[in-house]
Write a protein that binds this ligand. Structure first.
Ligand code: NAX
Length: 333
């Protein structure tokens, strides 16, 4: 068995982390022969909750789990990390204006980026989940100049999985038969779930999703709005935001970073936009189609973009530019 890797989950007293830490500790992400040392970071008032989570992890009797550390201190949490999954962020509240929410998150992710810079391994892989995930990720990356920007990504895999599942349900096939969905842009309601390049296997034959579904209005209308609004729909029904599906998406995302994407498949994740082949502005964390090999991602090049897609890709980019510009202003003060 190899040496244990150090994995941090922030916001670990929260509801996503409750599903996530179990999956990591039982080997669903880094493999069945990779021991892990888990660090759980949350705010001071949540330390007792973390105590309870540690007891439960112990009671799971998981052979790959070598140690669990709970802390509210960045100097402990970020030390020698191989992987950082940043889930905790300032939650949205009706009383909190969007600008002030962004300001609070800039402060959290600036501080955590600086802690990564100071304490983590330079090879650390950082996945940002806490909303607004793209901009939080950009701030963390900017605050960690000694770590390559390519090591940072943000989660849009939940949106990707939601799209695949909607298409699969529409055709009555398994979601495993759908591949190469793209989520472009921001993890927000401006995101663009794009199935122009997606493939589905129906009765043993692989074909384009447009050819299989034969309903362009649905693919360019209700499918997109359903995915864009899905988080809100889950909250309305469950009175809580998506947690199990978010944890599953985090596992999918990190497992693909660790082991690579299968030949002929691409997936969606928010990555640094500099030098991208789709004329998206530089200096954003924007969700693109990527393939991953040897723990490095590459944006899939050469996909044909029609006018419909172009408009939606640019609209979500404009929102990210606005978020970034405001966040960068807060960084300076
Ligand atoms: P919860 O409110 O259940 O948990 C958040 C946890 O973070 C709490 O325990 C809180 O104490 C902790 N926290 C707050 N500030 C912290 C800090 N500075 N350092 C460490 N911990 C801190 O939220 P949960 O449902 O788990 O969601 C977590 C985040 O994921 C939210 O921001 C949510 O909006 C975001 N999501 C992002 C998704 C994505 O696809 N990118 C999808 C799922 C989810 O909505």
């Amino acid at each position: 068995m190899s040496d244990p890797i150090r994995v941090l989950v922030t916001g670990s007293a929260g509801q996503i982390a409750y599903s996530l830490v179990y999956s990591i500790a039982k080997g669903d992400v880094f493999g069945k022969d990779q021991p892990v040392i888990l660090t759980l970071l949350d705010i001071p008032s949540m330390l007792l909750v973390l105590e309870g989570i540690i007891m439960e992890l112990q009671d799971c009797a998981l052979p790959l789990l070598k140690e669990v550390v709970r802390t509210d201190k960045e100097a402990i949490a970020f030390k020698d990390l191989d992987v950082a999954i940043l889930v905790g962020s300032m939650p949205r509240k009706e009383s909190l204006e969007w600008k002030n929410l962004l300001r609070a998150n800039v402060n959290i992710f600036r501080s955590q980026g600086a802690a990564l810079n100071k304490y983590a391994k330079k090879t650390v892989k950082v996945l940002v989940v806490g909303s607004p995930a793209n901009t939080n990720c950009l701030i963390a990356a900017k605050s960690a100049p000694s770590i390559p920007k390519e090591n940072f990504s943000c989660l849009t895999r939940l949106d990707h999985n939601r799209t695949a599942s909607q298409v699969a349900m529409r055709l009555g096939v398994s979601s495993g038969n759908v591949k190469n969905i793209i989520i472009w842009g921001n993890h927000s309601s401006t995101q663009y779930p794009d199935v122009h390049h997606a493939k589905v296997t129906v009765s043993g034959t692989e074909m384009g999703v447009f050819d299989a579904v034969k309903d362009d209005d649905w693919l360019k209308g209700d499918l997109i709005s359903t995915v864009q609004q899905r988080g809100g729909a889950v909250i309305k029904a469950r009175k809580l935001s998506s947690a199990m599906s978010a944890a599953k998406a985090i596992c999918d995302h990190m497992r693909d970073i660790w082991f690579g994407t299968p030949e002929g498949h691409f997936i969606s994740m928010g990555v640094y936009s500099n030098g991208n082949p789709y004329d998206i502005p530089d200096d954003l964390i924007y969700s693109f189609p990527v393939v991953i090999k040897n723990k490095s991602w590459k944006i899939v090049d050469g996909l044909e973009i029609n006018d419909f897609s172009r408009g939606k890709m640019d609209a979500t980019a404009a929102e990210l530019v606005e978020e970034r510009d405001m966040a960068v202003l807060f960084l300076r003060v």
